[in-house]
Design a binder for this molecule. Structure first.
Ligand SMILES: [Zn+2]
Length: 329
């Protein structure tokens, strides 16, 4: 049987060179602060099999990457605040934090209600000798309740700002493309501003299937614009590598291309040609497939070379998501 890690490694083989952006790749360092456009060296296959990697982002803030996930660690005067606890990664995150500091974790923040990003909260709490507050916005709390998500419930609801032991964290609740409760955090540490936002930006890789099952692809684009307008220096995007505004521009260009190419498909393919004896549901699916095929060829001419396996695994799901969005508008 092909192992899941093998499949995922194939899916995440994208490199930055394809996009022609001059990112700086260096081995992860918990001592040296990453400069602008610096990312962690190594592809997704290497990252997937490592227990964790630590990259310092400012005097007191670190990114911890563990297999497919990346979280933020804020070290205060007395204790640690952690943003997100991805399912199955809690032990690795605890080990990484021990390498950073001996201070205890006292706060765990949820970025949104998806269990894959917060499902190991119990592992983080169990291992700690001190009480840990679980912080989230009211939106996240409500989504957990409404969708009966099996995670530990937040113990404190936060508003627009968290002051954590001298470090100011600005909270944004205006993101709705991935989920309605997706939250942005801008952590100000000295002159550095670190943005933590999950599942909207994919650094060095194509977006997950169907734009990570985006709740609303149109609002997804609005969210990217919102992130562009926010003031920040480096982003922890939840998956893959560190991200910068150049990565958001790459995402915006990719979505604009998928929309333009699906638009060409709509202009070339006529629904009437698919009306044949038999089920109208099949007519409709065949019509969609014909449009996606036109768009896929156009998108492939721009994005496939050198990334064939990843492109073939994911691109059609993006085009289909755009098709369903465009046909209803
Ligand atoms: Zn999510």
């Amino acid at each position: 049987m092909i192992k899941l890690c093998t499949i995922l490694a194939v899916l995440f083989s994208f490199t930055a060179n394809v996009w022609g952006v001059d990112f700086i790749y260096k081995p992860a360092s918990r001592m040296e602060i990453a400069v602008d456009l610096q990312k962690i060296e190594g592809g997704h296959l290497e990252r997937f099999v490592k227990p964790y990697e630590i990259q310092r982002l400012s005097k007191n803030v670190y990114a911890v990457s563990t297999s497919l996930y990346i979280v933020t660690v804020v070290v205060g005067h007395h204790s640690v605040l952690l943003i997100d606890a991805p399912l199955g990664r809690g032990k690795n995150i605890l080990q990484a934090i021990e390498k950073i500091t001996s201070k205890p974790i006292r706060a765990l923040v949820y970025s949104h209600s998806h269990k894959d990003h917060i499902g190991d909260a119990a592992v983080i709490l169990k291992d700690n000798k001190h009480k840990i507050d679980i912080l989230s916005t009211g939106e996240v709390y409500d989504e957990i309740i409404a969708n009966k998500i099996k995670v530990l419930l937040p113990t404190k609801i936060v508003g627009h700002i968290i002051y954590f032991e001298g470090i100011k964290i600005k909270i944004g609740q205006n993101l709705n493309g991935h989920t309605v409760d997706n939250t942005s955090f801008v952590i100000r540490d000295g002159h550095r501003k670190i943005l933590h936002v999950i599942d909207l930006v994919y650094a060095d890789q194509l977006p997950f299937q169907a734009f990570a099952l985006a709740h609303n692809v149109i609002k997804y684009q609005t969210d990217l614009k919102t992130l562009m307008e926010l003031e920040w220096d480096v982003m922890v995007p939840g998956h893959g590598n560190l991200a910068y505004k150049a990565d958001i521009k790459i995402m915006q260009d990719y979505i604009a291309d998928t929309k333009a190419f699906v638009g060409i498909g709509f202009s070339q393919i006529k629904f009437e040609d698919f009306v044949k004896p038999g089920s109208p549901y099949v007519w409709f699916i065949n019509y969609k497939d014909a449009i996606v095929d036109v768009a896929f060829k156009l998108l492939a001419s721009k994005y496939r070379e050198g990334n064939e396996e990843e492109f073939d695994a994911l691109a059609k799901s993006h085009l289909e998501a755009i098709f369903w969005t465009m046909i209803t508008r």
